[in-house]
Design a protein around this ligand. Structure first.
Ligand code: AMP
Ligand code: GLY
Length: 422
């Protein structure tokens, strides 16, 4: 089959890498892709949000399936746009994408389905005084979340009550534009996080992917500002059989049942951002796509044919298809531009990737410049993934590979996975 993959990050590189191994794949197109995705298919200059251009492309290139990497097209309704076309779309309908597109909707969904999550209330500028009172009723730190999409920046965690009140007023006043016209305030949960991914067919069938943990902050020891993700490992030692059993019973089943009950079409990936609070999993957030950089570790650990699984999910029937995991562990470490997540230079020449033989280098913020050189074009530049008998051995390989790759200002965290050492 011919597949069109939408997106341009490390996640899409890893999805493309995995899909390119499928005997079911004839031709893979990636729109817009990056400086490395043409290893797996053909890059197409097209925005994932330009649905009419995508429709034209689907028609002209006999596309059988669209795989959506990032959330924006899903929240904008790409599934519904193509509902009457003869093309499969891996992803939720617009109604389902609201699990990520609106934190208020996600919290109500969890409340309706008895899914464990932090206690919360939502506020707009009409009831800001109630928001102040709710903050006063909570213990610090205070968690304030913009309702809508804010490119991963819409969550503030604040220790001081007065500062939290001030931030509430600023958020409702447009700090994140329309995305923060509604603000969710919730109780702070203390624990260690992990990411669980589920592929569902919208008819009650689902498969759980290998579990992962990502590292969000820029600095060693998980300090400093949040980034798009600095590394990830899979599996996660604390996500053992007991913990995953609870995730399954208390979170995954009620989520799948809740979607069916609400009549929401959902044929794609559900990303559960979980936190382990004293051995009990609670939901921090839903996303409606795979995680980045988790995908750059998770794809290495899937033994089954991902194209076959996604096709079956998009057709609405996973049937008895198995999703087999490899025994080997995997890890990925991000190489980022100096200055990221603040401002950073672009166009720095990248060298040494050819010296890496024992790791897989997924491109993220890279492009080919006018002179044909591979150069940096984003904050997160390369995601260096490796296999190993355990996550620590896999990480060691990625760190070895990173020493061979050069670009001016390159930076990586050196402590990915260290918190999981027993
Ligand atoms: P989100 O965009 O909802 O994933 O939030 C971003 C990050 O903020 C999460 O990955 C957590 O590290 C943190 N966070 C969000 N909500 C809470 C909460 N209720 N308690 C503690 N940390 C939280
Ligand atoms: N790694 C977190 C995310 O993709 O949102």
């Amino acid at each position: 089959m011919n597949i069109l993959l939408l997106g341009s990050g490390g996640r899409e590189s890893a999805l493309a890498w995995k899909m390119s191994q499928s005997p079911l794949l004839d031709k893979l197109y990636i729109a817009p892709g990056n400086g490395g995705t043409q290893q797996y298919g053909e890059n197409v200059k097209m925005s994932p949000l330009d649905f009419s251009a995508i429709a034209e492309f689907v028609k002209n290139h006999d596309i059988d399936m669209i795989v959506v990497g990032n959330e924006d097209p899903l929240v904008a309704g790409i599934y519904d746009y193509f509902i009457d076309n003869d093309v499969l779309v891996v992803g939720p309908s617009k109604a389902g994408a609201a699990l990520e597109g609106s934190k208020d909707f996600a919290k109500r969904f969890m409340a309706d389905n008895d899914i464990p999550t932090a206690r919360y209330k939502s506020f707009t500028s009409d009831n800001i005084d109630e928001g102040y009172a709710f903050l006063e009723s909570l213990k610090p730190p205070y968690v304030l979340k913009a309702d809508g999409l804010a490119a991963g920046k819409g969550v503030l965690i604040i220790n001081d009550l007065d500062e939290a009140k001030k931030s509430l007023a600023e958020m409702l006043g447009g700090m994140f534009g329309a995305s923060s016209a509604t603000v969710v305030i919730e109780e702070f949960l203390d624990g260690i996080e992990c990411s669980v991914f589920v592929l569902t067919d919208g008819n009650g069938g689902y498969r759980i992917l290998p579990v992962a943990k990502d590292y969000k902050r820029i600095g060693e020891g998980d300090t400093g500002p949040n980034t798009g993700g600095m590394g990830a490992v899979s599996p996660v030692p604390f996500a053992n059989q007991d913990f995953m059993g609870k995730v399954h019973e208390r979170i995954i089943k009620p989520t799948i049942d809740g979607l069916l009950k609400a009549g929401i079409t959902y044929r794609g990936f559900i990303f559960l951002g979980l936190i382990n609070v004293g051995g009990n999993p609670m939901v921090i957030e839903y996303n409606v796509r795979m995680g980045d950089p988790e995908t750059e570790a998770v794809m290495l650990r899937i033994d089954s044919d991902l194209v076959e699984l996604m096709k079956a999910a998009a057709e609405g029937n996973l049937g008895d298809l198995a999703l087999r995991e490899k025994d080997e562990a995997a890890a990925t470490v991000m190489m980022v531009s100096g200055g990221y997540p603040g401002s950073y230079p672009k166009g720095k020449v990248i060298s040494g990737i050819e010296k890496v033989t024992d790791s897989i280098v997924f491109h993220a913020g890279t492009t080919i410049d006018a002179e044909g050189r591979l150069v940096t074009s984003g904050g997160r530049v390369l995601s260096v993934s490796s296999y190993g008998p355990d996550i620590f051995a896999a990480l060691e390989k990625s760190y070895q590979a990173i020493r061979n790759i050069q670009f001016e200002g390159k930076y990586s965290r050196t402590d990915i996975g260290r918190d999981l050492k027993s």
